[in-house]
Design a binder for this molecule. Sequence first.
Ligand SMILES: C[S@@+](CC[C@H](N)C(=O)[O-])C[C@H]1O[C@@H](n2cnc3c(N)ncnc32)[C@H](O)[C@@H]1O
Length: 211
Amino acid sequence: MIQYHGWHYDEMKQVGTDYADVREVEAYDARMQKLRDIGEETEKIFTALNIEQDQTLLEVGCGTGEFTIAAAGQDVKNIEFHNAGFLTYEHSGEPIDAVLSQLALHHLPDFWKIIALWRVYSLLKDGGRFYLRDTVYSFEVDGYKDFFDEWVDGIRNAAGDETAIDVETAVREEYTTLGWIMEGLLERAGFHIDKKEYSEGFMAAYVSTKR
Ligand SMILES: C[S@@+](CC[C@H](N)C(=O)[O-])C[C@H]1O[C@@H](n2cnc3c(N)ncnc32)[C@H](O)[C@@H]1O
């Protein structure tokens, strides 16, 4: 068991929405069904990462494991689960072929994001790929009030009050950063960003390679 220093960020302490709460997690997938097409996301990730059958994929912050299960071809024997996060996962064995993380990195403050990215980098084999999709802001900051109001209203209309409250909580308490900061963090961690895609002012996906 690794001993962490008193100054180390405690990533097991939930910020914003409490994903250690079983009821919260049970409701999560149902809410996401209204907003996301998991099948389409899975296809996109497979294409971007180009994973072959005998390769190793690490998903960080897997939530209820929807992607992991699809990636393992429904054969759960292929999956190892570790109760650890970006800052605490310890890898043993060969370097990993690909890493994926969706909607999890914004749970860390920016300083700890670069530590997280640098740890992901060090787990990968040379040429290994990293697919990162997260909430990242790309709207003009002088319009932030209108942007957040419209975002919350849009989510309320599409998925109801509970999900709108989730968005409000996330904006207030979690650590979504700006696109230019995220690109700098990825590059400073050593990655080459092959592809970046910003959407809706609050989402981004990056496909990066370990140089
Ligand atoms: C919004 S959910 C996303 C779940 C899933 N990846 C998805 O796309 O639906 C956020 C996830 O990030 C996880 N998480 C929070 N902090 C984390 C950290 N420091 N390292 C890894 N995962 C973390 C939570 O436990 C939760 O599973």
